[in-house]
Design a protein around this ligand. Structure first.
Ligand code: AMP
Length: 698
């Protein structure tokens, strides 16, 4: 038979289960003959040892130990060094998973590939991805990632009779706390809401005892053994044992030997409760929130299901009874429930994913009590956007937390595309509830590229944000005009990343290419040309935003390019002065647009032509055809005229009314600087941040 594993990859212990031939859950034993494998790794000289032996080495005070690393899953700054090699939490999880796989295969005497791995419901995208990666790296085919409380509810739901019940799964493990409200129906286990704290777990109870003892020791001897890294682990292991003893007795003793000093401490249940009462209160306020966010009260809760090793502490069970006013649900093994739920899920996944399964085999997986599940995500998915007043960047939520997964939200974005440049759309994805970006987890900068140029009108990019069945974020984008699915790259952001700075960089305008075309016919000689020269210089000075290149054309009988596109201001000013000597004849027989088109057609960025004329053009060429060719190519045209120029002609050649100016010679400077402002304002830059309230739905 092909087995699929349900793996509870725990902070302190890991457990592996299967659904056996009879459709019954079975918890597998490891090589050492135990169902719980400590998630502890010992790096000895050549060997890497996982599990009970490693835990023993830890108890003996060896420091080549990695433990509790699940808390740091996905944290880039968490790196441990053993024997000159570096390991992050994912690497360490791979080591544990490989041991679990090997032991399961030995136990089952069969190769196993498929697995469902559980994660705290509180895990964010990065932590989920990292868990999936670890599974793959341990050579598993990861069927899915399942929230631990949901898994526990599945194990419980299998036993529960058919009635409708609201159950609060209170999962206090070694390093995490998850609380999940589940509705168990006849055929469906539906998660209503979930929350948690991934920095709250049994280890905090151990730490409190260790701190207490350290302080007492210090009071007596003036040294604190907890400050000594050599003794730290050893004392923590002892404190964990104290905690466990207190689950059975009223008080227990702990002896500490340090620097030839020794002392015995007695810890009573009362002292222990005094040291840790606030930790219980933290679980209470998270439980309150979860019930409230499902629109229910404690009275609507039919029972609390304790899960996770730390719920063995009597103080936890007393506390549950006190707040729920009901006896906690018993009869389910708190250590094994999660992995059993995962095994159920794995069988169900396999049954649905394997259409070739024979009917009897399928039936096996849907034996009585197996219920479908509906899960939710514990974090809202958002993106950085400007707030409604456009003053500040906030987390704009796209998918609210506690929404059923998988789920998708679609949003359209308008962006200006540019010719001959890599048009990209950048979205900064976040997870968290707060409007404050700094309170959220930044998932990364999602960059969609290869957006095609669609002309001056904005392109519409439809973005689909999803949580898939694993609670992992998927983001897809399609360019509406081209129906093209856009390729995506996800860039990680450094910790010191500052949005305002990044944004200011982005606001830098797209490069502008401007051709100034000056009519040099006879009537322009003298004062008009002098004024035109000064006005052109003013124009150059007025375009102060972003980068631009400028070309200069003189036209009369002939057309002449006095300077091709350049960014060198000195050169531009010299060319403008050179207008006086340009030899292009005396009558306006030519037009500047075909020449301007040639100059601009391969230019990178946005393109403009500014024409100055003082009269009528008599050329044989179809001027409007040349003008239209420019316009079709998205070249923006501004026309300034005076003297004998005709306003309706200027209107015809200019791209819009604002770009058509009929004026006096003495006002040329003003008119040119007005056009310069229009061009400067013409922001071709891609809008990466949409105002949160201005996303236009079409
Ligand atoms: P889990 O992550 O669910 O395996 O839970 C592990 C946590 O449960 C650790 O912090 C253990 O110290 C704690 N734990 C296990 N057994 C007991 C017990 N009998 N009393 C108190 N805490 C326990």
């Amino acid at each position: 038979m092909k087995y699929s594993l349900g793996i509870d990859l725990g902070t302190t212990f890991s457990v592996v289960s299967i659904i056996d031939e009879n459709g019954a859950p079975k918890v597998l034993k490891n090589k050492e003959g135990n169902t719980l494998t400590p998630s502890v790794i010992y790096f000895s000289g050549e060997e890497i040892i996982v599990g009970d032996d490693a835990k023993e080495m830890q108890a003996m005070g060896d420091n080549n130990i990695a433990c509790f690393f699940k808390r740091n899953m996905g944290d880039e700054n968490f790196v441990l060094e053993f024997q000159n090699k570096y390991y992050n939490a994912e690497d360490l999880s791979v080591i544990v998973l490989k041991k679990l796989k090997k032991d399961a295969e030995d136990f089952l005497k069969a190769e196993v590939k498929d697995a469902v791995i559980t994660v705290p419901a509180y895990f964010n995208n990065i932590q989920r991805q990292s868990t999936i990666n670890a599974g793959k790296r341990a050579e598993f085919n990861v069927l899915s990632i399942l929230n631990e409380p949901t898994a526990a509810a599945m194990a419980y739901g299998m036993k529960a009779s058919g009635e409708n019940k609201n159950i609060l799964v209170y999962d206090l493990g070694g390093g995490t706390f998850d609380v999940t409200l589940v509705h168990i129906g006849e055929e469906l286990i539906k998660v209503l809401s979930t929350d948690g704290d991934h920095e709250l777990g049994g280890k905090d109870w151990d730490d409190r005892i260790a701190m207490y003892i350290g302080e007492k020791f210090f009071e007596k001897f003036g040294v604190n053994p907890m400050d000594d890294i050599e003794y730290y682990n050893d004392i923590l292991v002892k404190c964990e044992n104290v905690k466990k003893h207190l689950s059975k007795r009223e008080s227990t003793d702990i002896s500490i030997y340090y620097c030839d000093l020794s002392e015995k401490f007695t810890i009573t249940k009362e002292i222990f409760l005094g040291l840790t009462g606030d930790l219980l209160q933290r679980t209470k306020s998270l439980s309150d929130d979860v019930i409230k966010s499902a629109g229910l009260t404690w009275e609507d809760i039919d029972g609390v299901l304790p899960v996770g090793g730390s719920t063995r502490m009597p103080m936890v069970l007393d506390f549950i009874k006190e707040v729920s006013k009901k006896e906690p649900i018993v009869g389910i093994n708190v250590d094994e429930a999660v992995s059993i739920g995962a095994a159920i899920k794995a069988s169900m996944e396999n049954a649905t994913n394997t259409p070739t399964l024979r009917r009897e085999e399928k039936a096996l997986f849907t034996l009585g009590g197996y219920k479908k599940t509906e899960d939710v995500m514990s974090h809202s998915l958002g993106m950085i956007a400007l707030n409604s007043t456009g003053e500040r960047y906030i987390n704009s939520i796209i998918i609210e937390k506690n929404k059923k997964i998988p789920c998708t939200e679609k949003r359209p974005y308008e962006i200006r595309t540019g010719r001959n440049r890599n048009n990209v759309l950048e979205v900064y994805m976040l997870q968290g509830e707060s409007e404050e970006i700094s309170d959220c987890t930044i998932l990364g900068k999602y960059v969609f590229y290869d957006i095609e140029y669609v002309g001056r009108k904005p392109s519409i990019i439809d973005i689909e944000y999803s949580y898939n069945k694993n609670g992992v974020v998927d983001v897809f984008a399609t360019q509406r005009e081209t129906a093209k699915k856009l390729p995506l790259k996800i860039e990680k952001l450094s910790e010191d990343f500052i949005f305002e700075e990044e944004l200011n960089e982005k606001e830098e305008a797209v490069h502008k290419n401007i051709v100034i075309a000056i009519d040099l016919s006879g009537s322009m000689r003298g004062k008009p040309l002098e004024e035109a020269i000064e006005a052109s210089k003013t124009f150059v000075d007025s375009i102060d935003e972003g980068s631009f290149s400028l070309a200069l054309i003189g036209f009369a009988d002939k057309v002449k390019t006095l300077i091709n596109l350049t960014e060198d201001r000195e050169e531009i000013f010299r060319a403008i002065d050179g207008l006086k000597k340009a030899d292009v004849g005396t009558s306006t027989m030519s037009e500047p647009f075909s020449e301007a088109y040639n100059i601009l057609k391969d230019a990178y960025g946005d393109c403009f032509v500014v024409v100055l004329t003082d009269g009528q053009w008599y050329g044989k060429k179809d001027i409007m055809a040349e003008v239209n060719k420019c316009k079709e190519y998205e070249i923006e045209i501004a026309a300034i005229g005076f003297g004998n120029a005709k306003k309706d002609f200027l209107d015809k050649i200019a791209t819009c009314e604002e770009n058509s100016i009929f004026t006096e010679v003495s006002n040329l400077k003003q008119s040119f600087s007005r056009i310069a402002k229009v061009i400067s304002r013409s922001d071709g830059s891609i809008k990466i941040f949409q105002k949160s309230n201005s996303i236009k739905l079409r």
